[in-house]
Design a protein around this ligand. Sequence first.
Ligand code: ACO
Length: 339
Amino acid sequence: MVRSRVVGTGSYLPANVLTNQALAQRMDTSDEWIVARTGIRQRHIAADDEFVSDLALHASRAALEAAGVRAEQIDLIVLATSTPDMIFPSSACLLQAKLGIKGGAAFDVQAVCSGFVYALATADALMRTGQYRYALVIGAEVFSRILDWSDRGTCVLFGDGAGAVVLAREEGLDVASSGLAGLGTASSRHGPPGILSSHLHADGSYSDILCVPGTVNAGKVYGTPFLRMDGGAVFKFAVRVLDEVGREALSANAMTPEQVDWLIPHQANVRILDATAKRMGIPESKVVVTVDQHANTSAASIPLAFDLATRDGRIRGGQHVLMLGVGGGFTWGGVLLRT
Ligand code: ACO
């Protein structure tokens, strides 16, 4: 059987940190309000000369190093972003050039905050065809560029960043083989490491509750190039579908919530994370939370959290990790993997 498994993770956060206190000096908001409603304490903001492909490059290099894989071995790049460097070429192609490689497939996936889950599912499906050996899957965003900084209801929620994983194709897996590089030997109790299943969904009839309703035509911007959101509607939708798709992933693998070692939901808001874990019957201690430090980095939030929890030793070989994404579109999805 052919499948893919994560053999290395990496991430990158821009150097500039914008705290709630600093925001409160610019607009009518407060650290207390932002923390109470969202759990967010700070976010990173990309420098003017940093683009998505630059953030992705840093995260990719870290993931390649962790995996012990050379850039030249990568034959597939799938980059999730809603804030690409330019309309085209894709940021994946720009990243490929910055990595100094050529010839393999490279493309962007646009599913907003579900982007990384969509990208991972897409890369895994392509790896299963047997045509690719090593893939880079990245979520990278500069949401600070599409925020209306005069709208306190949205601009306090988001930040910039990138996270990446290296996937390796596996055939005829040995149950004793290890998963994430350097994380020890996977327990045979759990079976071989790899992506167990992916579940993707969308409902375009909800496009207006979270969108950037602008476009470029004849050199002019039509509509607005800034993010618009109905926060209450997004909140309710997100909690419902994250729980649903989480259960779908567990059921597809005949697993119970108790068998999940780590839940990594999209990091939009700590209240959404808490409500999702509670509905799924997964204790808060098993939820990886980064939204307090990173805010909502859209497609980058899940791989950033995955990398952080891998590097600090929480995620170890032989564990079950459930990633759940939800975002504009509306889109949602889940990936269940064994490290
Ligand atoms: N600082 C201070 N006050 C604020 C701020 C702010 N930054 N933003 C809004 N307010 C005020 C409003 O003006 C309103 O004042 P009023 O009562 O005088 O009119 C009051 O706070 C309450 O506003 P609501 O919008 O009703 O606040 P709510 O409790 O719904 O919280 C929030 C807003 C945090 C956006 C919430 O709806 C939410 O978490 N929604 C989920 C959306 C989300 O996380 N989106 C992320 C992107 S989506 C995704 O990633 C899938």
